[in-house]
Design a protein around this ligand. Structure first.
Ligand SMILES: Nc1ncnc2c1ncn2[C@@H]1O[C@H](COP(=O)(O)OP(=O)(O)OP(=O)(O)O)[C@@H](O)[C@H]1O
Ligand SMILES: [Mg+2]
Length: 692
């Protein structure tokens, strides 16, 4: 991004969306609202309906994974470069969750249960709820997601009714439709929106909800004032306004986090007396002297989140149960009050276990829909978490290829149960889960694996731990250039010593062993990558191919061959030819056939004036690639044994080609390219010639 200076405030002002501002500041009469509800029945939706529609509005993506059809809700997923929070790798639990929301939206029952996200620490429970909260805020600002509430408007001579205010906002941001008395409301709503212009059953709407205590009082006073003339009340004193949800402003979005268990106060949930106003009204049971500012109150029309729900004092848990089952809360001194809001809680595994033995838990469990949110079990998805945190736009240091992959591999491996099937290793299981093909294993193997791993991914290393270690490496003064997998793996290992959530030495040891597995896997990855880099060196392959064919030609014609440099004539290089042929298992006694077949083929092409291209011959290509890899590997080996200075020009050239390709095509930087070449030479120097 290039910098820019602003010469004039208006240049910045141009960034403002005035149209949006005007739209969300809309006010109108009750009649206007009726017209609106008729045109767009969606404004009457309940909180669950609005939330469900909001999620759906971001689109879905259906794919098959292991023969199972899965719907991915793009809302939870990151669209490229949006930079917003996202939840990865949990499509199945999220599908379950959204289905519950759907049931709640339709009024089939889940709206009367506590939805409890349950999972190990750091499994994205808070992230999921945070996304929903942000999503609702945004949605309420859009045309599709708009919702309304109202103010009481009183002329100066009538402000007695509102306690001195000419504008008295409905304290719980209720829907203006509640101004139509429940006795007539069903009829009015049905008339307004018809039977089939609305996606949800009419029954699911807030047909029998009452106004909050303060509005009810004002309503009744006004009604009395007009001798029972409802029309005058709503026409003269109601101003409908657009409602924009905002957690910061405590509008429609509440969060409750219990402090210590002894110190919980119901007013935090259902509001408190306003002592200053009590003096004005002369009574502490006047609802106008009440602050409807508990989390349940302010969350009306939106969502309330209960963090660490099970830490809530038992008495409050019953409040919570009431709020969910009846959609009613009971503010101090007042009658029960209707609420229209999504209630969602979360708890981690440890807290949940603590309560399992508790009798009360049974009552709670019966009224709770528990949704398990496990850790991610796919390496590629886990990696997305870290890639998002530590992408190039955000950090100045370079991260070597495979660094985040190895960290992800480790955390995923710690979560997997060891396969019961003796023929599958833990690493293989991990790869199968991630959709990698391993010969001999099918979709059914994976299904079987998943089936035999009940409760998997509810324990293990949390992404938070890995995030912390990655950031520790990033900020480390010792690391100046580029961050490589070893630095991260070492940091992950070091941290295990004082990881507070690891309870036994055995577990710690297990995590270390898994780290050793990852290091082994990294070695394979490096070998594989280098092989690919080297064999992609077309120039060298072409050269090697030409050399081979010259020799084969001389051999089949029983001629000698002319050396490029000395000009001397010599016998065909049998060693070279065999070293290539052996790579594809051409046995000694078949080599003549192989060579003459090749020459015949080239000859036939020549008759048609066509050039031979080794790429058309897969076997030969494979042989050449392997040979080239072996040669380069020897070069690498040699470079460590003898020191880079001893390399002759040709070998140095080969190394440079590899290095350059690593940088231009494989995302290495100068530093990590050197590191990896160095590392590779040590693998090869160890005599490990196995080609992955
Ligand atoms: N599936 C996931 N997708 C994206 N990010 C994730 C995922 N799981 C965990 N994270 C990341 O891990 C960190 C912890 O997640 P979060 O705070 O949502 O967990 P939590 O389940 O609420 O944990 P706790 O039980 O400790 O409250 C966050 O930075 C989050 O971005
Ligand atoms: Mg949390």
């Amino acid at each position: 991004m290039s910098e820019k200076s602003y010469q004039n405030v208006s240049e910045i002002a141009r960034l403002q969306n005035q149209e949006l501002y005007r739209a969300i500041s809309w006010t109108g009469s009750f009649q206007d609202y009726l017209n609106l509800a008729h045109q767009e029945p969606d404004v009457l939706r309940t909180a669950y309906q609005r939330m469900f529609d909001m999620i759906i509005s971001h689109g879905t993506d259906v794919y098959t994974d292991q023969k199972k059809e899965i719907t991915r809700y793009l809302f939870f997923y990151d669209l490229p470069n949006q930079g917003r929070e996202a939840v990865f790798g949990l499509d199945i639990p999220l599908m379950r969750l959204v289905n519950i929301f759907k049931g709640a939206a339709c009024g089939y029952g889940p709206e009367r249960r506590i939805i409890l996200l349950h999972g190990p620490v750091g499994s994205a429970k808070s992230s999921i709820v945070r996304l929903i909260k942000r999503g609702l805020e945004d949605y309420s600002r859009t045309d599709r997601g708009k919702l309304y509430t109202f103010n009481w408007i009183l002329p100066p001579e009538m402000v007695r009714i509102s306690g001195g205010e000419t504008t008295f906002p409905n304290p719980m941001n209720q829907d203006p439709i509640l101004l139509v008395p429940p006795e007539w409301r069903r009829q009015v709503v049905t008339d307004l929106i018809g039977e089939d212009r609305f996606r949800y059953p009419i029954e699911s709407l807030t047909l029998d909800y009452d106004l909050d205590p303060a509005s009810r009082l004002i309503y009744n006073e006004l009604l009395r004032h007009y001798n029972g003339d409802w029309e005058k009340v709503v026409s003269n004193h109601v101003q409908v306004r657009r409602l924009v949800l905002s957690e910061k402003d405590r509008v429609g979005i509440g969060t409750f986090q219990p402090k210590d268990e002894k110190n919980q106060d119901s007013t935090e949930l259902t509001g408190d007396l306003n002592y200053r106003k009590i003096a004005e009204y002369g009574s502490d049971s006047d609802p106008r002297a009440f602050n409807f500012d508990g989390e349940f109150n302010i969350a009306n029309r939106g969502i309330v989140e209960f963090i660490e729900m099970l830490k809530l004092d038992v008495a409050f848990l019953y409040d919570l149960l009431g709020a969910t089952q009846e959609h009613k809360i009971k503010p101090k001194k007042f009658a029960q009050t209707d609420i229209d809001e999504v209630i969602i809680g979360h708890t981690n595994e440890a807290e949940y276990k603590k309560l399992l033995g508790n009798e009360f838990m049974e009552a709670l469990r019966d009224r709770t829909i528990k949704v398990d949110i496990p850790y991610i079990t796919r390496v590629s998805e886990e990696q997305k978490i870290y890639a998002k945190n530590f992408h190039a736009g955000r950090i100045k240091k370079h991260i070597a290829p495979h660094t985040l992959e190895m960290a992800s591999m480790w955390s995923v491996l710690t979560r997997l149960q060891p396969p019961t099937n003796q023929n599958i290793s833990l690493i293989q299981k991990m790869k199968l889960y991630d959709g990698k093909l391993i010969s001999g294993y099918t979709v059914d193997t994976i299904k079987e694996l998943r089936k035999n791993s009940e409760g998997e991914a509810m324990t293990g290393i949390s992404p938070r731990y890995v995030q912390d270690k990655l950031s520790a490496v990033l900020v480390s003064e010792e690391v100046s250039g580029c961050i490589n997998p070893f630095m991260v793996m070492n940091e992950l290992e070091k941290g295990l010593r004082n990881h507070t959530l690891i309870t036994s030495e055995e577990q710690r040891e297990n995590y270390r062993e898994i780290l050793a597995l990852v290091k082994e896997e990294y070695e394979n990855v490096v070998k594989h990558e280098l092989q690919r880099v080297i064999s992609a060196d077309e120039e060298s392959i072409t050269r090697l191919c030409a050399k081979y064919i010259d020799n084969v030609k001389a051999y089949t014609l029983k001629e000698s061959i002319r050396d490029k440099y000395s000009g001397n004539r010599m016998d065909p290089d049998e060693k070279l030819m065999r070293s290539i042929e052996e790579k594809i298992d051409v046995p000694e006694n078949r080599k003549d056939d192989f060579r003459s077949e090749l020459m015949n083929f080239i000859g036939a092409l020549a008759l048609e004036h066509k050039q031979f291209d080794y790429k058309q011959n897969e076997r030969l290509l494979r042989a050449l690639e392997l040979k080239l890899f072996e040669d380069s590997r020897d070069t690498l080996k040699f470079s460590t044994l003898g020191g880079a200075g001893v390399l002759d020009k040709e070998d140095q050239g080969k190394l440079d080609v590899i290095r350059k390709r690593l940088i231009t095509e494989y995302h290495y930087c100068e530093d990590c390219a050197s590191d990896i070449l160095h590392y590779a030479t040590s693998i090869f120097a160890r005599g490990d010639t196995k080609i992955p």
